[in-house]
Design a protein around this ligand. Structure first.
Ligand code: FE2
Length: 240
C-alpha cells in the first residue's frame, strides 16, 4: 500500500517531532503493509518550509530508515494550502507534486468548502497539475455533496482520511458517507498521520477493509491501486 498524505519529515511542520518520531511512524506504516509514504509537509504561510530543502530532507530520512532496517520508501510531496497555491511558482509546484507525477495535494481552507476551492483547483488544472482535494470530511457544509461532485466533475480527485473511512458504519446504508461512496466521490484514502505520539495512526488497512465492506470489489480495488498511478505519473481517472 502507498500513503499519499503524511507529515513524516522530522521537525519541519506540525508533523513528526524528531527523527525518532519519523522512524516510529515508518515502522507503524511497515506493520500495516505500507511500502511507500509520501512526505507531504504543509505548504502554507504559517509553516516555514523551504521547498528547495525538501529533497535533502527526504534523502536524510531515507538514509535513516535504510540504516535502521525499515523497509519503507519516502516519496516527495507536499500539502499545498488553498490560499498558498496561486503564489507558488511552477518550479515549486513541481517540487511538491506527489512522486514522479503531476498530482498535487490541495488542502481546503478552514471551514466548509467555498467557491474559491474550485477556482483554485481550476487554476492548478490550467497549469497542467492534477489536484487531489485532501480530507474533505473536515470541510463539510450544507452543500457538501454538490461541491464534491463539482470538484470531481472538473477532474479533481477526492482523498479521504483512512481513519475516518474506517469509522463509517456498514449498517448505515442511508447515511451521507455511504451515499457519497456510492456516488463515486471517494477516490483515494490516505492517513494524514502527524506523529507516532498521538493522533491518527499511519495505517491504511482498516480504511480499505471498511471500503470493501461497503463498495463493490472492482471499485475498492481501483481505489487501493490508484496511488501507484499517482506516484508514477500515469493517468488517474476513476472509471465510473
Ligand atoms: Fe495533512
Amino acid at each position: 500500500m502507498i500513503d499519499l498524505h503524511c507529515h513524516i519529515l522530522p521537525a519541519l511542520d506540525d508533523g513528526a517531532l524528531d527523527l525518532a518520531d519519523s522512524l516510529a511512524m515508518a515502522r507503524e506504516a511497515e506493520r500495516d503493509g505500507i511500502t511507500v509514504v509520501c512526505a507531504t509537509p504543509h505548504i502554507r504561510d504559517d509553516h516555514d518550509i523551504r521547498i528547495e530543502e525538501l529533497p535533502d530532507r527526504i534523502e536524510e530520512l531515507q538514509r535513516a530508515l535504510d540504516s535502521n532496517g525499515v523497509r519503507v520508501r519516502i516519496a516527495q510531496g507536499g500539502e499545498v494550502a488553498q490560499f498558498a497555491a496561486d503564489g507558488l511558482s511552477d518550479e515549486h509546484l513541481g517540487a511538491v507534486c506527489l512522486g514522479e507525477g503531476r498530482c498535487i495535494l490541495l488542502e481546503p481552507g478552514p471551514g466548509s468548502m467555498a467557491d474559491e476551492l474550485l477556482a483554485v483547483a481550476e487554476r492548478l488544472l490550467e497549469r497542467g497539475l492534477h489536484p487531489i482535494v485532501a480530507h474533505p470530511e473536515r470541510h463539510a457544509g450544507v452543500d457538501f455533496e454538490a461541491r464534491l461532485a463539482a470538484l470531481a466533475a472538473r477532474g479533481c480527485l477526492i482523498q479521504w482520511t483512512a481513519e475516518f473511512i474506517a469509522s463509517v458504519e456498514p449498517s448505515d446504508t442511508d447515511g451521507l458517507m455511504q451515499r457519497l461512496m456510492r456516488a463515486g466521490l471517494v477516490h483515494l484514502l490516505a492517513t494524514d498521520a502527524h506523529s507516532s505520539h498521538g493522533g491518527r495512526a499511519l495505517r491504511l488497512g482498516p480504511g480499505y477493509a471498511r471500503l470493501r465492506e461497503i463498495l463493490p470489489a472492482d471499485r475498492a480495488d481501483w481505489i487501493e491501486r490508484a496511488p501507484q498511478d499517482v506516484l508514477r505519473g500515469a493517468p488517474v481517472t476513476p472509471p465510473w
